[in-house]
Design a binder for this molecule. Structure first.
Ligand SMILES: [Zn+2]
Length: 120
């Protein structure tokens, strides 16, 4: 039996507020990843379909960073440096959202699972 995911509508922003976005995410499924990038930024992430992520303001303020295969695109605010979300390498039609950027979400209530991005 699979448990249906329950999407919730969130709004979110980088630290300085230049980048604002909305995303539909299921907070019952959150991850931490141990790849070389994620272990440095140490953000709990929620998944979001590409069609459910809308950049409201600040598209021009977003910078991107790629490494290794270049498939994943890591976005961060060029003003405050805050990581907001990234296009996922293994699921390139999905984004991982920085849970800490989401308004009204208490990240202490999340129970992230560890993704071994360093091994695959
Ligand atoms: Zn910013």
């Amino acid at each position: 039996m699979t448990v249906a995911s329950v999407l919730q509508a969130f709004s979110g922003a980088c630290h300085c507020g230049a980048v604002r976005f909305t995303a539909q995410c299921d907070p019952s499924y959150s991850v931490l990843c141990d790849c070389s990038m994620c272990r440095r930024r140490n953000s709990i992430m929620l998944r979001c379909a590409e069609s459910d992520l809308v950049i409201v303001t600040g598209r021009d303020a977003l910078n991107e960073y790629r490494f290794n295969t270049g498939v994943a695109i890591h976005y961060f605010c060029s003003i405050c440096g805050c990581y907001t979300f990234h296009r996922m390498r293994k699921l390139p039609d999905k984004f991982a959202i920085n849970a800490g950027c989401l308004d009204g979400l208490d990240t202490a209530t999340l129970r992230p699972i560890l993704i071994e991005g360093s091994k695959n």
